[in-house]
Design a binder for this molecule. Structure first.
Ligand SMILES: *Cc1c(COP(=O)(O)O)cnc(C)c1O
Length: 435
């Protein structure tokens, strides 16, 4: 197997980091064997590490960087803001304009609040839904990831799945008990649950397209069933579009699949590479928030002018160039997923290749993947061989079978050509890694 082309400076930094930072990283998924590369700088489609290696980046900060690294439109907006101050503790015109842009793209989001991370967005959305309905129970789906607060850290995806931890120590049983976990794409389980306890369910929180157990698409009619059942039982339907928002369409999965949720969470792309997220939805729910209503929510850095400038520049760019960008990203992604499927076949590998808009993943399993349990049947030894080979060839993808790869507008056709050559070698190595 190809040794990842890492270097001694990354290794030394990792040793130093481990003494002061748990696992040497500030978010668990960043650690991989034998040690992660440490980044010196980034630009366009490339990451450059401290040992002088360049990587074509398909992690793109877990989907946050739709326009690639350090795009000029965002850098300029941020530099201009820095000279005018970075935090005011008072509102600004641009945050109003940003909220109006979001509402234009997401008609279901009649009102919204800006926060600093996706974790905060889902936490506050769930609290608002509970406050609005006066109910406690939350339905979520196995392998969906909604950040790292208590009520959603039950059978979560992303880093939690990667570590094989079904939930987390430190989450009280009493809290977890109010979270009902269902398998995704299981129509019957959903109907039974609502029949049994629909009247107690405050909210259903779902990634309309799962992007934290690999990439898993909703089956035809599934999101519509969610909509019908929640409406019939007076539960709040929350689409967690922190990955899919601005990605699968300017108006997210709700635009692409034509389903209008009661609430939506946005993040990642929204911040243009800076910490920012949002939650919003129906006016009558959002009007429960303080200072209008009794649901408390606040944040020192919420709507800070630097993140708002970056997010505003991103959204403006996507709106102005969307008719060109989205079809082009989809074409590039199709080129990659077609290559993955064809090359796997050539190497005698039976795999599942999933793709939507600028997102894709290959599962090393001959079985169809439609939920977290079927994703977990993937052969992780094959995935590790594939990952290591790609890294050795200067291609960086998220280091887990249970994540999703992302294209940005900075990826060129030349990048794709190099990537497909590396796919060929990587799938060859995966084929000979015994499963
Ligand atoms: C990344 C992610 C979150 C958490 O966002 P953070 O900004 O990391 O807190 C929530 N939901 C989904 C679907 C995500 O992918």
């Amino acid at each position: 197997m190809a040794e990842p082309a890492l270097g001694s400076r990354s290794r030394d930094l990792y040793e130093r980091a481990k003494r002061v930072i748990p696992g040497g990283v500030n978010s668990p998924i960043r650690a991989f064997d034998p040690y992660p590369f440490f980044v010196e700088r980034a630009g366009g489609s490339r990451l450059y590490d401290v040992d002088g290696h360049a990587y074509i980046d398909y992690c793109m900060a877990y989907g946050a960087l739709m326009l690639g690294h350090a795009p000029e439109v965002i850098s300029e907006a941020v530099k201009a803001q820095l000279d005018k101050g970075t935090l005011y503790g008072a509102p600004t015109e641009l945050e109003v304009e940003l909220a109006e842009l979001v509402r234009r793209l997401y008609p279901s989001v009649e009102m919204l609040r800006l926060v600093n991370s996706g974790t905060e967005a889902t936490m506050h959305a769930v609290r608002a839904a509970r406050g609005f309905t006066g109910r406690k129970k939350l339905v979520k789906f196995e392998g969906c990831f909604h950040g790292s607060h208590d009520c959603v850290l039950v059978k979560a995806g992303s880093g939690a799945a990667w570590l094989g931890v079904p939930s987390s120590l430190g989450v009280p049983e009493e809290t977890a008990r109010n979270t009902i976990v269902l398998p995704f794409n299981d129509f019957g389980a959903l109907e039974e649950t609502f029949e049994r306890e629909g009247g107690e369910i405050a909210a259903v929180l779902v990634e309309p397209v799962m992007a934290n157990s690999g990439l898993i698409l909703p089956e035809k009619g599934y999101l519509h069933l969610l909509r019908r059942l929640t409406r019939d039982h007076g539960s709040v339907l929350i689409f967690d579009e922190i990955v899919t928002g601005f990605r699968v369409a300017p108006g997210g999965a709700q635009e692409r699949y034509g389903v209008r949720p009661d609430m939506t969470t946005l993040g990642k792309v929204l911040g243009g590479g800076f910490p920012m997220a949002a939650f919003g939805g129906r006016r009558e729910i959002m009007e429960k928030l303080s200072p209008l209503g009794p649901v408390y929510q606040a944040g020192t850095f919420s709507g800070n002018p630097v993140s708002v400038a970056a997010g505003h520049a991103t959204l403006r760019y996507l709106i102005d160039n969307g008719s060109r960008i989205y079809p082009e990203l989809e074409r590039k992604r199709e080129e990659l997923t077609r290559a993955l499927a064809d090359l796997s076949e050539e190497h005698g590998l039976s795999v599942q290749v999933h793709g939507l808009a600028s997102m894709f993943q290959v599962f090393f399993t001959p079985n169809p993947v439609r939920d977290h349990a079927s994703a977990r049947l993937s052969d992780l030894r094959r995935f590790r061989a594939y990952f290591a080979s790609l890294l050795g060839d200067g291609i960086f993808i998220p280091p887990s079978q249970f994540e999703t790869c992302f294209l940005s507008t900075a990826h060129t056709d030349e990048d794709l050509k190099l990537t497909i050559e590396a796919f060929d070698r990587a799938l060859g190595r995966a084929a000979s890694a015994s499963g």
